[in-house]
Design a protein around this ligand. Structure first.
Ligand code: UD1
Length: 329
C-alpha cells in the first residue's frame, strides 16, 4: 500500500513509519518539523516537509496517489490545551479538516486517526471500554473527540473509512534501537523520570500519594509505542479488508503506579531518582486503565512489549545514549 503518514517524524509517528515499512508498505512522511526530529526519520521513507494548515502543501503531497492516510500530526499536551485552546483548535481541528478535505479531493479512502483515551475524561469505571461515556476533561481530548465525530460523518457522507485508535499512555522506544531522538519538551511521567535519572534535572514532583491505589500514587496503563505501531498496520488491513469503520482502545489493562515507574527506572539505570511528593495535579484521576478486548477481537492485536521492564529499558537506552553523545561532543 502507498501510505501517507502525517507527523511521521514525531515520537509515535516515527515508530509507526518503521513498522509500516517493515511490513512492506511504501511510506511518505509529511511533517512540519515543529516537534519532529530529523534523526527519527526512517531513511527508507520519502520525506516531505509541509503543514496540514496549508491546503497547497496537502494537495502537492497528495498528488502522489495514496491508498491510506495515517494522521498523527497534532499538539498533545493536555495541560497546555487548557491555557491555549486556540493553538489546539487551529492545528488539531483545522489541520485535520484540511486533511480530510484533501483526501476527498484526491480520492484517498482510508484514514487512520491517532485518537486518545482523553476522549473519555474522568473514568466512571475501569477498565474503560469503548462504551464508556465520552466527556473529555480537557480541550485536547475534546479536539480528538470532535475529529472522531467528523470522521464518522465523512464516512457516512463521502465513504471515507476511518479507524480511530484511542491510545492510553504511550511510552517506550523502539526495541530495536532505531529511534534515538528524545521527545522534545516532554511533560509526561516517564520522560520526566528519565531526565532525573540521567542528570538532566535534579528532582521531580510526584503529584499526590493519597489516591485509592496500591501505593497512593496515580495508576496508568502504559502502552509501548512498538505495540501502538503494530496496531496501526492491523487497523489499516482491517479497513481495507472489511470496508467498515473501527473505533478501539489501545492499552493493556495492566496497572502501573508512579512509584513503580520510579523504582524500575532506578533499577534499570542504576541511578537514584530524587522526588518530592506534592499535591495532586488538577484533573488527574487516580486510576486510568483500558479495556482492549475489542482491538484483540477485531484486529487480532495483542501488545507484546508493554511490560514495565521493556518500557523502561527501551527508554533508558535512548536517554543513556543521548547523555554519552552529549558528553563526547
Ligand atoms: C496525559 C494526558 C492525556 C494524554 C496522555 C498521553 C493529562 C491530564 N492527561 O495523561 O490526555 O492522553 O498524557 O499523552 O494531561 N506524574 C507525576 N509527576 C510528573 C508527571 C506525571 O507524578 O512529573 C503522574 C501523574 O499525576 C499521573 C501519571 O504520572 O498519575 C501519568 O502522568 P502523565 O504521563 O502526564 O499522563 P496522564 O496524565 O495519564
Amino acid at each position: 500500500m502507498k501510505v501517507l503518514v502525517t507527523g511521521g517524524a514525531g515520537y509515535i509517528g516515527s515508530h509507526v513509519v518503521f513498522e509500516l515499512i517493515d511490513q512492506g508498505h511504501d511510506v511518505t512522511i509529511f511533517d512540519d518539523m515543529s516537534l519532529g526530529l530529523v534523526e527519527n526519520i526512517d531513511p527508507r521513507a520519502t520525506f516531505v516537509k509541509g503543514s496540514t494548515l496549508k491546503e497547497s502543501d496537502l494537495d502537492a503531497v497528495c498528488q502522489n496517489g495514496f491508498d491510506v492516510v495515517v494522521h498523527l500530526a497534532a499538539w498533545k499536551a493536555a495541560g497546555e490545551s487548557m491555557a491555549y485552546p486556540g493553538k489546539y483548535a487551529k492545528n488539531n481541528l483545522n489541520g485535520t479538516v484540511n486533511l480530510i478535505n484533501a483526501c476527498e479531493r484526491k480520492g484517498i479512502k482510508y484514514f487512520i486517526f491517532s485518537s486518545s483515551a482523553a476522549v473519555y475524561g474522568t473514568p466512571e469505571y475501569v477498565p474503560i471500554d469503548e462504551a464508556h461515556p465520552v466527556i473529555p476533561a480537557n480541550y485536547y481530548g475534546e479536539t480528538k473527540l470532535m475529529i472522531e465525530k467528523n470522521l464518522e460523518w465523512f464516512s457516512k457522507l463521502k465513504g471515507i473509512r476511518y479507524a480511530a485508535l484511542r491510545y492510553f499512555n504511550a511510552a517506550g522506544y523502539d526495541v530495536q534501537g532505531r529511534i534515538r531522538g528524545k521527545e522534545q519538551k516532554p511533560q509526561n511521567l516517564i520522560p520526566v523520570v528519565m531526565e532525573v535519572a540521567s542528570g538532566m534535572r535534579d528532582e521531580m514532583n510526584v503529584f499526590g500519594n493519597d489516591y485509592n491505589t496500591k501505593d497512593g500514587t496515580g495508576v496508568r496503563d502504559y502502552i509501548h509505542v512498538n505495540d501502538l505501531a503494530t496496531a496501526h498496520v492491523k487497523a489499516m488491513d482491517y479497513l481495507i479488508e472489511k470496508d467498515i469503520d473501527l473505533v478501539v482502545n489501545l492499552g493493556t489493562g495492566k496497572k502501573c503506579s508512579v512509584l513503580d515507574v520510579i523504582q524500575k527506572t532506578e533499577d534499570v539505570s542504576g541511578n537514584s531518582v530524587k522526588f518530592n511528593v506534592v499535591g495532586r495535579r488538577d484533573g488527574d484521576p487516580g486510576t486510568v486503565l483500558a479495556g482492549s478486548q475489542k482491538a484483540h477481537d477485531l484486529i487480532n492485536w495483542t501488545p507484546i512489549n508493554s511490560n514495565l521492564d521493556t518500557l523502561i529499558r527501551s527508554t533508558w537506552q535512548v536517554y543513556k545514549n543521548n547523555k554519552l553523545e552529549e558528553a563526547q561532543s
